[in-house]
Design a protein around this ligand. Structure first.
Ligand SMILES: Nc1ncnc2c1ncn2[C@@H]1O[C@H](COP(=O)(O)OP(=O)(O)O)[C@@H](O)[C@H]1O
Ligand SMILES: O=P(O)(O)OC[C@H](O)CO
Length: 496
């Protein structure tokens, strides 16, 4: 009986494949970066062929490194960068244009027009999202409108469209399955998260034919099986989830009130709110955390565009540090009497401010300010932004109670940052034993499909912590520091 699981983690900058055993321990992995295309200011594209090639290559490498054959893999789970869209030809499987990436802002003018026409309350009421070019819908419209012949091809039923999971599934099954899961569908801004269907009014508003879109399934479901020639024999695909939702699953946040925060390039905080969706009054997103057996578990999400990217900026643009880990060492040496704040609004500010025009700023610099103080300010900015989101979540969902934040992503390697996070939140911060939580979530869904892993209720109890960071900052200092941050943000915003 095959008992291993293969997780595909198709991210914004790299594709990864990880083989897990049925105890959900990592056996082997492979990773490959691919090109980012920036054809114009604010535009971000990926080549769908590079996405596919890197995914296939890493799956094969991970299998080879594990010493296993395809026949030893019980099922594949796919997790992916969300919102990014591909439109492809059903006959050839080739994309008609490069994929438009979630970060791409080319349709912000169209979003402004939709807002001016008063459509945003309807969009939020159906999708739980805020009208923004971040989501897939306006990107699909752009592709249909701008690629020569696309509208005619679509009308003739010759095109298919989907988020990256759906494109990969199409390729893995050699065009036999056109499907996605609810966590990906709910990020398109075309999916009604309360009634669980592609929304006709939204499709009509954006002139997107329903026939283009994939079937929406559970996150753990029968997604078909891979073409035998790809890996030597066919493997079932049993799970799909967008990467932030997969991290929620991998962190075993299966109970209402449980919350995870992923610190990579950006930061995404997701709170499980249970079977009842919570409508945000604080500009957070209502989203589907996962769908199992036809039942949605909803979540509130806050997205911060710049987290580890602030550290990359210190290294690549400023040359203040040589490697990311230097920031922690420097921050510990900083003069504690200097209150320096960095507001990393490099591409505007995300939740809960949603100010696309704000730009980064540094406050409180003196002649004595140097790399140490800037490093400290960069790391702390991520923690202040997390507190902003948690305050918004508490406002939206008073039942949240005491928070324990489960963290993952590259930046959680920084003990300085994690301790300051606990201090400024005045809440414990838990770092898990397995840091590959996104892939773990995908593997878990695939394992659940095959009955190889514990039920969600039991998985919660199996979750293992590496380290807990406990708050240790005096209340008066905490309040003063946070007030300083709020003041810095106020001075950065372009909207009042
Ligand atoms: N020790 C560290 N201290 C601070 N930041 C770090 C550290 N290690 C990694 N990072 C940051 O974490 C990010 C990488 O995390 P990762 O989860 O791999 O991101 P992504 O999946 O978005 O590419 C980078 O932005 C990097 O600067
Ligand atoms: O690929 P990541 O890890 O940068 O995540 C991207 C998010 O899914 C975008 O919403």
């Amino acid at each position: 009986m095959p008992s291993h699981l293969l997780a595909i983690d198709q991210g914004t900058t790299s594709s990864r494949a990880i083989v897990f055993n049925d105890r959900l321990e990592i056996i082997a992995s492979a990773q490959q970066e691919f090109s980012q295309y920036f054809p114009h200011s604010g535009w971000v594209e990926h080549d769908a062929e590079e996405i596919w090639d890197s995914t296939l290559a890493t799956c094969r490498q991970a299998l080879e490194r594990s010493g296993l054959a395809a026949a030893d893999i019980a099922a594949i789970g796919i997790t992916n960068q969300r919102e990014t869209v591909v439109v492809w030809d059903r006959q050839t499987g080739k994309a008609i244009h490069k994929a438009i990436v979630w970060q791409d802002r080319r349709t912000s003018g169209l979003c402004d027009e939709l807002r001016a026409a008063g459509h945003d309350p309807m969009i939020t009421a159906k999708t739980g999202l805020l009208l923004d070019s971040y989501f897939s819908a306006t990107k699909i419209k752009w592709l249909l409108d701008q690629v020569p012949g696309a509208r005619e091809e679509a009308a003739a039923g010759r095109l298919a469209c989907g988020t990256v999971d759906s494109f990969l599934l199409w390729r893995l099954t050699a065009g036999k399955v056109h499907a996605t899961d609810a966590t990906n569908a709910c990020r398109t801004m075309l999916y009604n998260i309360y009634e669980n269907h592609w929304d006709e009014e939204l499709l009509a508003l954006l002139d997107i034919p329903a026939a283009l879109l994939p079937e929406v399934k559970n996150s753990c479901d029968d997604f078909g099986s891979t073409e035998p020639a790809l890996f030597g024999s066919s493997i079932a695909v049993g799970g799909i989830a967008g990467d932030q939702q997969a991290a929620l699953i991998g962190q075993a946040c299966f109970r209402p009130g449980m919350i995870k925060s992923t610190y990579g390039t950006g930061c995404f905080i997701v709170l499980n709110t249970g079977e009842r969706p919570v409508v945000s009054t604080n500009r957070l997103l209502t989203t589907i955390g996962y769908r199992l057996d036809g039942r949605n578990t909803y979540a509130l999400e806050g997205s911060i565009f710049v987290a580890g990217a602030a550290v990359q900026w210190m290294r690549d643009a400023m040359g203040i540090i040589e490697s990311a880990a230097d920031t922690g060492k420097l921050a510990r040496q900083a003069d504690i009497n200097q209150d320096v704040y960095l507001v990393p609004a490099f591409t505007g500010l995300g939740a809960p401010y949603w100010d696309a025009d704000a730009r980064g700023a540094i406050f409180g610099i003196t002649r004595a300010t140097g790399p140490a103080e800037l490093s400290k300010a960069a790391l702390e900015s991520v923690c202040f932004q997390t507190r902003d989101l948690l305050e918004a979540m508490r406002g939206d969902w008073p039942a949240m109670g005491d928070t324990v934040l489960r963290v993952d992503g590259g930046m959680v390697a920084s003990n300085y940052t994690m301790q300051f996070l606990a201090d400024i939140l005045d809440a414990p911060v838990d770092r898990p034993a397995i840091l590959e939580t996104t892939a773990l979530g995908a593997a878990y869904l695939a394992g659940l499909f095959k009955g190889l892993v514990p039920s969600p209720e039991r998985f919660v109890d199996d979750w293992k912590r590496d380290k807990r960071f406990t708050p240790a900052l005096d209340e008066e200092i905490r309040n003063r520091k946070y007030a300083g941050w709020q003041d810095a943000v106020r001075r950065t915003l372009t909207t009042s």
